[in-house]
Ligand binder design. Structure first.
Ligand code: HEM
Length: 521
């Protein structure tokens, strides 16, 4: 067909009338039209008040699993077809890079694992993945429980005072506290502290999100980039975060040097089970800039995503009291008032389905970004190198072609005794953690973290949308946020008798816990 194209353009240069050429090439079956990716018409800017992935859903229903969207000189391919998504992510990942994403995130993640491509990515992935081994994840349960317990204390105070709470920001702080400890053994204590490093982290995060939805790269405009007060603030925040990270790296290096003679199996250290400790103790040979980029990447990747999952899970639960009742039932009978352990994960089956289903309806991030590095074929369409591609996980997860009652929050859609749904057993119609070689490395960590948080919270409290709360609408940066927060009324549950769960072997109860309402049965 490229021969036909050449022939056609050659003949047209020689002066053959266009109509005649169209006729001849259609007649010989040589028309390329059927190989041309459908082009979405109409203006997307007309729909300003919605997050950008919403109009893409409408366009998907009209134009199908792959279409082209053009804004002025820029054009994007929007993919919503599971087999094309699988091709890009799993079957031919070598032909794709992170494209625009890497450009936008460069200022904060540098060549960290999410934006990195090619050889750097390969080497860093190989170094970092082992740090999230099973023992590490198991060692995180205490952390998940303690951090959630701190949040419970906050909610308890709010319940006593009869004050409504804005859950989205609390979830953001919960997951920041967890990921700080997990990645570099640093306690942000952001549930209680607001200033300094916590504020700096948020400044940097908001900037990353602003950049990812900016129509033009305002941070590259000459002069402006040097005088803009906002960018000055961002740079100051970035400096503080970087210095803090350098300090933590130095402390950890010292620790690793001192323990050298007796280092542990799998480089685990009970005092510091962090990913940073693992990397240093395992002799990861890397520049300090690269290490910092990777830590920053892990911090951001593991923070916003989990926070968003918790936010939308509680939003969904508030709309489906029957799901909440079932969930609380399971948690009461499996856990009572213990902190969850790794053994409980197999038993909290319905809780797991609630998270699975929340991730289906609110995938974080809602689109995956790629750029083609060479010519390829997507479905039946040839594409060129240098195409910017959005894989809409939102569309895949809500497609009426793949899901019954796609819009309904229905954890029952996956049987409790069936396999945990993932991209492989759902044929890329469901890919909450991506797929292929660039799949999320924190999937276990994040699943357990969110299961623990949900279980502990619903065990102790009931959650309702606050009276007069603003309607919950979506807005987007890297993950899906609410536009005006998730304002809820939290009340202590009148708890059923604790059902002791005798077949759980070692139960570690922290005697300092002292949760008053737990005993007041
Ligand atoms: C990649 C989702 C939590 C670290 C990804 C990708 C998705 C994802 C969809 C693939 C991105 C792409 O292909 O473009 C999530 C969700 C989370 C979560 C929904 C929470 C519920 C975490 C956590 C960590 C983490 C806790 C770290 C501890 C990463 C990293 C990558 C990644 C490093 C890049 C991997 C690579 O490119 O090789 N995540 N993630 N994520 N995630 Fe997560």
């Amino acid at each position: 067909s490229s021969f036909q194209t050449q022939l056609k353009s050659g003949l047209s240069k020689l002066g053959f009338p266009k109509e005649a050429l169209e006729f001849i090439f259609n007649f010989t079956g040589g028309s390329e039209d059927y190989l041309k990716i459908p082009e979405a018409k109409g203006s997307v800017s007309a729909i300003r008040n919605e997050p950008f992935f919403m109009p893409l859903y409408e366009l998907y229903l009209t134009y199908g699993g792959i279409f082209r969207l053009t804004f002025g000189p820029k054009s994007f391919l929007i993919v919503s077809d599971p087999s094309i998504a699988k091709h890009i992510l799993k079957d031919n990942p070598k032909s794709y890079s992170k494209g625009i994403l890497a450009e936008i995130l460069d200022f904060v993640m540098g060549k960290g694992l999410i934006p990195a491509d090619g050889e750097i990515w390969r080497v860093r992935r190989r170094a970092i993945v082992p740090a999230l081994h099973q023992k590490f994840v198991a060692a995180m349960f205490g952390l998940f429980g303690e951090a959630t317990d701190r949040l419970c204390k906050k909610l308890d105070a709010a319940a006593s005072d009869g004050e409504d709470v804005e859950m989205e920001s609390l979830f953001s702080r919960l997951t920041l506290d967890i990921i700080g400890k997990a990645v570099f053994n640093y306690d942000f204590d952001s549930l209680n502290v607001d200033a300094g490093i916590v504020e700096a982290v948020y400044t940097v995060l908001r900037e990353a999100e602003d950049r990812s939805v900016a129509p033009i790269p305002f941070w590259e405009i000459p002069i402006w980039k040097d005088i803009s007060p906002k960018l000055k603030k961002v740079n100051a925040a970035l400096k503080l975060v970087n210095e803090t990270l350098d300090g933590l790296i130095a402390i950890c290096k010292k620790m690793v040097d001192e323990e050298e003679l007796q280092f542990h199996e799998e480089y685990m250290n009970e005092q510091d089970p962090s990913i940073l400790h693992f990397l240093l103790a395992s002799g990861d040979d890397v520049s300090s800039k690269q290490l910092r980029d990777d830590l920053m990447t892990l911090l951001i990747a593991g923070h916003e995503t989990s926070a968003a999952v918790l936010t939308w899970t509680f939003y969904l639960l508030s709309k489906e009291p029957s799901v909440m009742a079932k969930l609380q039932n399971e948690v009461d009978s499996v856990l009572g008032d213990r902190f969850p352990t790794v053994e409980d994960m197999k038993k909290l089956k319905y809780t797991t389905r609630v998270i699975n289903e929340s991730l289906r309806l609110y995938p974080q991030p809602p689109v995956l970004i790629r750029r083609s590095l060479e010519d390829d074929v997507l479905g039946k369409y040839p594409i060129k190198r240098n195409e910017d591609i959005f894989i809409s996980v939102w569309n895949l997860h809500r497609s009426p072609h793949h899901w019954e009652d796609a819009e309904k929050f229905n954890p029952e859609r996956w049987p409790l005794d069936g396999p945990n749904p993932n991209e492989t057993n759902q044929n890329f119609s469901y890919l909450p953690f991506g797929g292929g070689p660039r799949k999320c490395i924190g999937d276990m960590f994040a699943s357990f973290e969110t299961i623990v948080a949900v279980a502990m919270l619903v065990r102790r409290f009931d959650f309702q949308m606050a009276l007069g709360a603003p309607p919950v609408k979506m807005t987007t940066g890297a993950t899906i946020h609410t536009t005006e927060g998730l304002k809820m009324t939290v009340t202590r549950r009148r708890q059923p008798p604790i059902i002791p769960n005798l077949d759980v072997p070692t139960v570690k109860i922290d005697s300092s816990l002292n949760i008053p309402e737990a005993k007041a049965v």
